[in-house]
Design a protein around this ligand. Structure first.
Ligand code: VGL
Ligand code: ZN
Length: 209
């Protein structure tokens, strides 16, 4: 079965010193690099997503003139207002410099539409528009995706749920993920939701055993 490693949003703004720093976000990089090496050695594809917002993105608290980490509605959907992050072309939007980027076969950007947020690598939050990720995986005959990255409770979760709904076999590398945890149990609950929807949860050690 053809497999792809799918690394979600391992970008400067979600790591230490970034605009939307996820606690211990950097610790995903070592796991990602070890998995890249393991998966490449087995002939798997390696792909990544990249949060890629215009400066006027509607999910930014600054655009809504409100406080970051509060909530409202964007395009009829519940929305958390975020600090400005992953602005197209900025340093913060770049993949983490220690990520072994030369091994990545394709990067899929998301979140370009200022009117709607896009947590999943496959669709925007309203499932109105699709990225090129599903088509790419189909063309490369990928049936199984192995997911890790940032953030467990947002982009990893929605990417995994969409992958399952699209019919992929999904494994989540739990120790390769970190969450925002606006509420303390959010990452735990996200892992439970992914598992209940059909994802296999494994540590890096289990996966590479
Ligand atoms: C993400 C919040 C806003 C993520 C992206 O990558 O999980 N979270 N944009
Ligand atoms: Zn974002």
């Amino acid at each position: 079965m053809k497999r792809a490693l799918l690394m979600v949003d391992i970008q400067n703004d979600f790591c230490a010193g970034g605009a939307l720093a996820v606690p211990e976000g950097d610790s995903t990089v070592d796991v990602a690099n070890a998995l890249i090496s393991f998966c490449k050695g087995r002939g798997d594809a390696v792909v990544a997503t990249q949060d890629w917002h215009p400066a006027n993105h509607g999910s930014f608290a600054s655009v809504q003139k409100t406080e970051p980490y509060t909530q409202g509605k964007l395009d009829g959907l519940r929305q958390t207002w975020w600090p400005d992050h992953c602005v197209q072309g900025s340093e913060g939007a770049q993949l983490h410099p220690l990520l072994d980027a030369k091994e990545i076969d394709a990067v899929f950007q998301k979140g370009e539409n200022p009117l709607i947020d896009s947590y999943s690598g496959f669709f925007d939050n309203g499932h109105r528009q699709k990225t090129l990720l599903d088509d790419w995986l189909f063309r490369h005959e990928v049936k199984q995706v192995v997911v890790l990255g940032l953030a467990t409770d947002y982009c990893v979760k929605y990417t995994v749920l969409d992958a399952l709904a699209l019919g992929y076999d999904v494994t989540v590398i739990t120790d390769g993920c970190r969450g925002v945890n606006l509420h303390p149990q959010d990452s735990l609950r996200a892992f439970q939701e992914m598992s209940a929807a059909g994802a296999t949860l494994m540590t890096f050690a289990d996966f590479t055993y």
